[in-house]
Design a protein around this ligand. Sequence first.
Ligand SMILES: [Zn+2]
Length: 170
Amino acid sequence: MSDIRSSRQSPRALKARFAYMFEGANLGLAFYRGWMPIVVWACEEIDALLGDDKRNFHWTQIKEKFGGARLYYAIDSASAVAAEVGTGKRPMTVVVDRGPVDPVIRTGADIVRKATSTTLTACIVCGAAAEPRSYGGYVVTVCDGHRTKGTNDDSWLADVRDACLEDDDA
Ligand SMILES: [Zn+2]
């Protein structure tokens, strides 16, 4: 198991590596520079968990919300979906599983839950230690360096926008 913050990859490289996770319908997949290692970790862990049978796993939405990443996915078509029920500092992933208890689905939910909670401790811009803070109606997770930069103006907002990666960005 690799460290959750250790792997950095461009979105394009990640999509090439785990193509099946990025095929199929989705509501948008947003990648942020500071959180990219965490998303890479989640993909690696889930791929290892699934083994040879990928079970139609794919991400259905990846986005920022209330300062943390939200990672939604589907596995085995309609048999299980992850749904967000928490907000703010305590996001929760609940697995709606209509079948018998499935350890792969349970463990997959644990991986996504750990990734989500870790984004609440990592600057969305650079990945340094951070915590969610409220700025004039926005809740963002940025480190002291990026926060300080924004005390007199809204430049931190531009930093957050710039941290949203295009496919080729490293
Ligand atoms: Zn930062």
